[in-house]
Design a protein around this ligand. Sequence first.
Ligand code: NAD
Ligand code: UDP
Length: 329
Amino acid sequence: MNGIRKKKKAKTVLVAGGAGFVGSHLSDALLTDGHFVICVDSFLTGAAANITALENHPRFRLIEHDVCEPLTIDGEIDEIFNLACAASPPRYQADPAHTMMTSVVGTANLLQLAEQHGATFLQASTSEVYGDPQEHPQNESYRGHVNCTGPRACYDEGKRAAESLCFDFLRAGRVDARVARIFNTYGPRMQSDDGRIVSNFIIQALEGKPLTIYGTGKQTRSFCYVSDLIAGLLALMRVKPNPGLPVNLGNPGEFSVLELAQLVQEHIPTGSPLQFVALPEDDPQRRRPDIGRAQALLQWEPKIPLEEGLVRTIEWFATFADYNDSQGR
Ligand code: NAD
Ligand code: UDP
């Protein structure tokens, strides 16, 4: 190109769930890259505080909307990220039928919107499609072990149905749809009342309260720092050709709940003891992603080890001491 670099075209990107934990970080990254962002969010679990800094940005637009209702958007849309869905077990179990409808009807509505606009579509699926896995680590060919009638089914089965819809639209040539299976992700802007392990433990320790260990604490999870996940989501949205297969995105480091509690105690030495409480029904016992596909197709792998990400997250919670006021609208 005769030494002249072609200017990267600014895209218009719709982020459903853009006021949530992951969605607000994704919106930040897209704006930093020079794109236009349309955030669609019902503020079910998202927070106005997550996007306060963006609301006056000239390339940011907020539409308060429940994706269970169809939506039309004037103008062009190049890409749609569907992150709309409560992700924390207590939050998605609070209104399970709505959670299921969000994944099924909401995803169908957004796929139709993508079809109308010729937009590339990325579905935020989850490691929960593997349920309480009988294969370890989990790779994408494993079909899972989900209880379709239990309290987690509204989320797990909803996400499985959403994946199915994405591949139906893809096979029919209607939408260039991609599916990311996201494993436990943590970082700044997790909601303090959200009930997930990392935010619970950090807040409990900062307040000198007992860390609540569900069950024996021997169950494991693999924790991915949010900036690593965002890099993976962007890479999957943009990779050519479309892999046409789901892609695990997560950090393969595997830790038990007790190990995480110990790390938090070390970094927040307020003397918080451990308090053992009942294990929630259908709580998966093990979780670790095989990320071979993401490495091969996206040249992606996480960079932030758990301890480093945890320190950053602790600093954020400790700095935003008003975290208790930052929920909802
Ligand atoms: P979050 O709860 O912080 O964000 C979800 C956002 O979606 C919120 O802003 C919420 O208000 C919005 N929302 C929910 N239902 C909606 C509806 N019907 N209409 C419009 N907006 C709606 O959760 P998160 O951790 O940011 O997760 C984002 C996405 O990634 C979710 O789809 C989740 O299933 C998926 N995921 C997250 C993780 C994780 O560990 N964070 C793991 C696996 C999958
Ligand atoms: N957990 C826990 N104490 C808490 C919150 C969660 O021991 O205060 C456990 C929970 O039982 C699960 C793991 O931590 O085994 C991860 O829970 P989280 O809700 O963060 O995510 P998910 O179950 O969806 O993986």
